[in-house]
Design a protein around this ligand. Structure first.
Ligand SMILES: Nc1ncnc2c1ncn2[C@@H]1O[C@H](COP(=O)(O)OP(=O)(O)OP(=O)(O)O)[C@@H](O)[C@H]1O
Ligand SMILES: [Mg+2]
Length: 461
């Protein structure tokens, strides 16, 4: 039902149109001249205005201009005399939705109105979709509509703008690095460097020089001066990942640096000033680490000013369908498989699983399913065994293919067998080949046949 205003000085046309449109369920108001029309429009507002071009008081073009001024979204349809093409063109230029030449059949007008309604609907749908996408991708592709994630987004938005240090807690795979990225990208430092360093991945002896740099000859092997990450991040942000794994001796040095805002390169005595924002992350509970004397209490209090804790995926399962579809689209594009979709039963399985590896595990599972599936449907048998659940015997899996010809069934069984062994061996091809009792060359050929990702190095490993 649309609210329609008809502006027409000829009574018979006015009454006729009202009757036709009312019978289609629209709500009709009429005016006899242009000025009244504008006044009524201002007072009541309408979805559609059907106005004659030649009118006493303001003419059709003036009516059109006033209405577009008050409400640009209203659809204005101008009725013109047959010979009035020039004016009709002007009306279109002024923003009329369409024009219709008199005399016309009621059906002609109804078609124009229907087209407008459809157009309006599509426009609204488009706006809604765009807003939805924007909402979801607001923070550098961090997906989540659960209340917990929405709160995290709000927090990120607020504290990104401050210069304060932030510590991100969360189990492995919950998105700590994504959040660190977002914090930098939404901050005033976004055009300056963003430097990451993983404190757990670098040997203790090298970590200090990685962070603060060294002068030539500072230690054996220091053949030339090297800038550290703090220097490289100058003006920007440094991300100290896995801070809970930083050795105690270095924790003491870091604390000194944070307190004085200055540091020296290893083996150097020039004092350099720090201008970096520091973001920390850890999958450990730092309080427990403090209790166990593995983390300095004073440093803990210094770091723990603005904590963000990312909830494990099992505590926000409502985000799973969104994440599955997001990753499906992503891997679909990568694998050049379009229109991939998860069957409802498969989605239930994705929802039921607890994901000890959190979003990272879900992402890898979707990638695997997208790689394995035939056609566009992601069926349960494409899922990793953990997600599919233990009750699933190979027999039951294979019975899904009862309708397939024998060669297809054999192929499916072979693919499933290989996939399972790869899972067991964590992708180690040499071990997998041994378990399957085939040569590595044969395994490589079969992997390719079944569309598993392979690289030439798989033959060498
Ligand atoms: N909310 C999310 N939306 C989209 N992708 C996500 C989300 N959370 C995590 N991911 C993806 O999951 C993977 C793991 O995320 P990330 O590396 O940020 O986790 P992490 O908490 O730093 O893990 P770890 O402690 O193991 O380093 C990445 O590929 C990331 O893109
Ligand atoms: Mg990480």
């Amino acid at each position: 039902m649309m609210k329609i205003l008809i502006i027409e000085d000829e009574p018979s046309v006015r009454v006729g149109l009202s009757f036709t449109l009312e019978s289609k369920g629209h709500k009709i108001t009429t005016a006899e001249n242009g000025l009244d029309g504008i006044r009524i429009f201002e007072r009541e507002g309408f979805d559609i205005v059907i106005s004659d071009l030649r009118l006493p008081g303001a003419d059709g073009i003036e009516v059109l201009k006033s209405i577009k001024n008050i409400s640009p979204d209203t659809g204005v349809i101008i009725m013109t005399a047959f010979a009035d093409v020039k004016n009709a063109v002007e009306a279109m230029r002024e923003g009329a939705y369409d024009y219709i030449s008199k005399p016309f059949e009621p059906d002609e007008l109804l078609i124009v109105i229907d087209r407008f309604i459809k157009h309006k609907g599509l426009e609204l749908e488009n706006i809604r979709l765009k807003e939805e996408i924007r909402e979801r991708e607001r923070f550098q592709h961090i997906i989540g509509t659960s209340p917990a994630m929405q709160r995290i987004f709000e927090t990120i938005e607020v504290i990104a703008k401050t210069d304060s240090s932030v510590i991100i807690y969360g189990e492995s795979g919950t998105g700590k690095e994504l959040v660190a990225n977002a914090l930098h990208n939404l901050s005033p430092r976004k055009d300056k460097p963003f430097i990451k360093i993983n404190c757990a991945a670098i040997p203790e002896t090298l970590l200090e020089s990685e962070l603060f740099g060294h002068e030539k000859g500072a230690f054996t092997g220091a053949v030339q001066r090297r800038k550290g990450k703090f220097e490289a991040a100058s003006g920007g942000t440094i991300f100290l990942d896995e801070i809970g794994d930083m050795p105690l001796a270095l924790q003491a040095k870091l604390l000194r640096v944070l307190e004085s805002h200055t540091f020296e390169r290893l083996g150097g005595n020039e004092s350099l000033t720090i201008d970096v924002r520091v973001i920390y992350a850890t999958r450990k509970n730092l309080k427990d680490e403090v209790k166990a004397n593995r983390f300095r209490e004073d440093l803990f209090y210094r770091l723990n000013v603005l904590p963000i804790t990312l909830p494990p995926l099992r505590d926000r399962k409502e985000d799973i369908p969104l994440l599955v579809n997001h990753f499906l689209k992503m891997f679909g594009e990568k694998l050049e498989k379009s229109d991939l979709a998860v069957t409802p039963g498969t989605m239930d399985m994705f929802m039921e699983y607890d994901y000890p590896g959190n979003v990272r595990e879900l992402k890898h599972s979707v990638e695997m399913a997208a790689t394995l599936c035939k056609g566009t449907k992601i069926e349960r048998w494409c899922l990793p065994a953990e997600i599919r659940g233990d009750g699933e015997t190979p027999d039951a899996v294979i019975s899904v293919f009862d309708d397939l010809p024998l060669t297809e069934r054999v192929k499916t069984f072979e693919r499933e067998a290989i996939r399972r062994v790869l899972e067991e061996t964590h992708g180690k091809k040499k071990e997998a080949a041994k378990k399957l009792g085939i040569s590595r060359e044969t395994l490589w050929r079969k992997l390719k046949e079944h569309g598993f990702p392979v690289s030439p190095s798989d033959l060498e490993e």
